[in-house]
Design a protein around this ligand. Sequence first.
Ligand SMILES: [Zn+2]
Length: 197
Amino acid sequence: MSQSQSQTLPSNNSRCNNNPSRSKSEPNPPSASARECSVCGYALYLNVARCTNRDCPKHGRKDGPLAITADRLIRDFEPPKLFHGRRWKKWVFDAERLCLVFEGRPTVRGEGANQYTGFFGSYEIDLELIRQSSQLLDWIFQVGHHRLPGLLDAFYSIFNPQRNLCSGGANKIIANPTKFLKERTATVGDSPLKDAA
Ligand SMILES: [Zn+2]
């Protein structure tokens, strides 16, 4: 990380792991068009190909509210898993380094067998250092107004905070953030359309 980038880091002085393990990413990730909204770039609900972004024109349903059962509704709108390069406005999830990158662009790093494509940008949040709600809150107020768009959507998708961090206003702690993040990230065999048939 360059000197100029390190100046924007918050007081906890966190930075993402730049030596990712090679087992994390999918060797043959599904094409972006299969899981990203063509309008806004947010992830799609894969069973219905509607956009997860509530502000997007592709978020809306065609069916009326009475046209489908509750079970079908839950199935159709099951939150998509995280994946390398998933976007929320200008924020991008880097599954290799388990961080959230502002204005992240795919960049090849490393040599030979250790070569990988990470997302690097102007500012980043090390997700492995977020274990409780106070740390999440610190980032929300740390990043600056111009970086806020998309950040709450990203945190919602990544942490589901009301389930995992602050249920009922009580503080919960994520015991193993790395394991938590990996479990929420699509891995080999997680076909995005496996339930669509
Ligand atoms: Zn969209």
